[in-house]
Design a binder for this molecule. Structure first.
Ligand code: 13P
Length: 287
């Protein structure tokens, strides 16, 4: 079922668990994530960055693939198809292409411009039945060309954005896309608490889910985080399983070079990673 992410995240916040957003890159990624969500009876959010959308030939292709896959695989758990770190133009494209949720990342604009553009997009997204995620403070590191310095969010600015009626909010709390450096000081729970005090029951989003220690994930959920984004970790496990297959010479045995065989270990590895995260986030059985 393709649905907006609002209801599943409101339920997650109330139930003190988080729904995983897993970014997709191709058919294998999408299939592995959907099958795992169905098997575990977990709601799920498929994240699509603008770069990944372009790679898959455009947002229309992505929406058509996801909708058809949900039908042909008999996926009955709630699935949201969500634009990740969308530009203003990208949001309009995804609304038109049939996504069920968008993130407008206006964090690099001056706050007044972020507010103005977010306000406009909330109105349009809601009129079309989509949910909208906004961002205040930037996520450090780089993801598909989106670079952030990792400034922590200003709680007063979070309130100004939350008051626009956004459905969930990504507030920078020292989280970083990609691998965390060895000297990373950890999540700023003081900032998370201050943000929560300003925005009340708004579900909060934790980007950069790869490599955050389990105890920090659990504490973040207890403080109002209801959506956690994971991208790099699936890429790492896919790459490791594929390397193992090739280094073992399996692509040279029989028809081991067949792409359906060559990509299978990576696809299975993604399933295992998604399962592990859904268990950690507490979303298993919450469909
Ligand atoms: P990671 O790649 O660090 O898991 O971050 C994913 C993310 O936040 C997508 O927006």
């Amino acid at each position: 079922m393709l649905v907006s992410a609002k209801e599943m995240l409101d339920k997650a916040r109330e139930g003190k668990y988080a729904v995983g957003q897993f970014n997709i890159n191709n058919l294998e990624w999408t299939k592995s994530i959907l099958l795992t969500a169905q098997e575990l009876q977990s709601p799920v959010i498929l994240g699509v960055s603008e770069g990944a959308g372009k790679y898959m030939t455009g947002f229309k292709t992505v929406a058509a693939m996801v909708k058809a896959m949900i039908e042909e695989l008999n996926i009955t758990v709630p699935v949201a198809l969500h634009l990740d770190h969308g530009t203003y133009e990208g949001c309009y494209k995804c609304i038109k292409a049939g996504f069920s949720s968008i993130m407008f990342d206006g964090s690099h604009y001056p706050i007044d411009e972020n507010i103005e553009k977010t306000k406009e997009l909330v109105k349009i997204a809601h009129a079309m039945g989509l949910s909208l995620e906004a961002e205040v403070g930037s996520i450090g590191g780089e993801e598909d060309g989106v670079v952030g310095l990792g400034e922590c969010a200003d709680p007063a600015e979070c309130k100004a954005i939350a008051d626009l009626g956004v459905d969930f909010l990504a507030a920078g709390i020292g989280n970083i896309h990609g691998k965390y450096p060895a000297n990373w000081p950890g999540l700023r729970f003081d900032v998370l608490e201050a943000v929560k005090a300003q925005v009340g029951n708004m579900p909060l989003v934790l980007h950069g889910g790869t490599g955050i220690p389990e105890d920090m994930i659990k504490k973040a959920i207890s403080l109002g985080v209801a959506k956690i984004n994971v991208n790099t970790e699936c890429q790492l496990t896919f790459a490791a399983a594929t390397r193992e297959y090739i280094e073992a010479g399996k692509d040279q045995q029989g028809k081991g070079y067949d792409p359906r065989k060559l990509l299978a270990p990576g696809a299975e590895a993604i399933k295992a990673t998604v399962k592990e995260k859904m268990e950690l986030f507490g979303s298993v059985g919450k469909a």
